[in-house]
Design a protein around this ligand. Sequence first.
Ligand SMILES: C[S@@+](CC[C@H](N)C(=O)[O-])C[C@H]1O[C@@H](n2cnc3c(N)ncnc32)[C@H](O)[C@@H]1O
Length: 315
Amino acid sequence: MNGYSLDYHQPVLLKEVVKYLVYQTDGLYVDGTAGTGGHSLSIGKALSGKGSLICLDRDPDAVRLSRERLAVLGNRTKVIQASYADLNKVLEELKIKKVNGVLLDLGMSSYQLDFSGRGFSFNKDEPLDMRMNPESGVPAGYLINRLSADVLKNILRKYGEEKKAGLIVKAIVRAREKKPLTTSFELAALIKSVIHQPYRVKARHPATRTFQALRIAVNKELQNIDTFLDKIPFLLSNGGRLIVISYHSLEDRKIKQAMFEWENRCACPPDFPYCVCGKKPLFRRITKKGLKPVMEEIEKNPRARSAILRAAERI
Ligand SMILES: C[S@@+](CC[C@H](N)C(=O)[O-])C[C@H]1O[C@@H](n2cnc3c(N)ncnc32)[C@H](O)[C@@H]1O
């Protein structure tokens, strides 16, 4: 696929994922975001001959690439094109009630960023698409060219935490009145022309937050996390593990909050001497603070720098 090599994407916090996820080597595990199969391969190898693995990704390219990579694991591994938000439906179809562990490695893969040709990167001149599954939903170009200024501003503020959303949207509206914006380069250059950043060697590109916001909106990323978090307590067996790696605070806040609430479910007022509400904890947090990659990993794989892993055990 356009010169892509299977080990181009380096799985983040790989040893930690396997250590926290695979607590029983003959269990049934799910990698909900298989990508190019980096984590899946190590999980599959850690399992015994009785263990099995179901891998999901919504991106048809990811499904093809991970199938190719995971062929060595034989028929105890299945790769399915689906959203992790539909994990309950996937398991129902496979007649599986509960699994021993689920991994989500959120965000996008290095394949999507650098090789998919779908406009995820402001460093590439590609059509403004950004759909992880190009057969579903609307492309980023549609949002940029068709949404009202207010809706667009709201997207940049909400999903990109972009303080200069007003300025950026004004420039977009002015530009699209003359001609629709169709490529990632055009959008990135437009943003750069209106956002003047102080010079810093490692300054982020001024389009970073806009690109993040559009990608999150196009792929309904936060809604998918919410749907998944509502269902996962019912899909894990006792002792089952949930491991999530997030790459920005909007994702991580949701995971952190859900894990905290699952662990602290008692709804009694704090001055009650003992619990009368009867709500029992659903999970125990394994990582109370969230785990970050060490410097050595970040030096080898700069993509890992914003990663944070949270793990919890169903009780
Ligand atoms: C960071 S990459 C995963 C990389 C993978 N862990 C590896 O080692 O190769 C994230 C992947 O999640 C997929 N993804 C994002 N949202 C998804 C969803 N709702 N359901 C399934 N896959 C999703 C993306 O298509 C992408 O391939």
